[in-house]
Design a protein around this ligand. Sequence first.
Ligand code: HEM
Ligand code: HEM
Length: 253
Amino acid sequence: MHKVVMSAARGAMTSFYLGLALLLALTVNARAGWLRALGRLCAATAMGFLAWSIVLANQDGTFAAVPAGDRTPLLLNIEGGLIGLGALMLVASLPFTWRRAAPAPPFRSTGAAYGQIGRGLHWASAALIIPAFTMGQFVRVLPSGRPDRAEFLATHMAIGLAVGALVLVRLGERLARPAPANPPLVRAAHGLLYAVLIALVLTGLALAPVLGLHLPASAGAEALHRVGLPALLALLLAAHLAGAVTVIRRMAR
Ligand code: HEM
Ligand code: HEM
């Protein structure tokens, strides 16, 4: 019975994030203002829950039980603060989103604008990468006896694999179509983001199998997946966010 309940819970968390990704892909650049606002509200709610689960981990003793010297709880608290702040900013933007009459982007990207497909894939991947990242860290800090560890790990691997699929589709669309021009440094950072995500999925598949997919395990893959690649991804995302605020209209109406 316990097993049945746990596997239903795992499926529920994975379906929740996959559903959120689909919802964002369909709404963030929709024609109707109310639909765009609804998409942002759903994203803000999910981000609020994610931040709240980190607050709870401080209160219920989860973080207190982590061996001294492991900085993951501190990192999770910083990420929770940023995610909470992002949720508040999204909520504050709702009235403007609602009223804004923005020109419709083209369906496919052109040299002048990212298209609906590229934008949808961008937000769907962001909706999966953020929880995949924090869930990986939760797996690290939860003791192996706790049932929610297995739940987090299964969800982490499933949405991580979905990120891999989305990155491949995105790269396909990106290479097939022109996209708005960017300076070489920005282009290099975007290329590196794609490469780091693919490397994370491949090294993840060397740590544990998902859907029958498995790559040979190695100490190098483990170190890369648990330390090097997450650190590089965090660095690239910080630079990405700093650079993206001023050009946000390129990805969202
Ligand atoms: C975008 C994709 C992914 C990201 C951003 C990501 C990120 C992370 C992070 C940040 C950790 C925690 C590292 C630590 O602090 O120790 C982690 C752990 C882990 N990930 Fe991933 N991952 C991704 C995809 C995958 C995939 C596809 C799989 C497997 C199929 C996977 C399997 C694992 C496993 C087994 C752990 C180990 C947890 C442990 O035992 O400590 N990951 N991941
Ligand atoms: C969490 C994961 C995210 C990832 C992995 C990611 C990745 C990327 C990549 C690879 C591109 C380049 C698209 C291309 O030309 O091929 C891009 C563009 C962009 N992203 Fe993100 N992104 C993320 C989150 C965000 C967030 C939260 C924002 C909002 C602040 C954002 C705003 C933008 C904007 C405005 C562009 C267009 C930049 C330009 O061409 O000048 N991204 N993103």
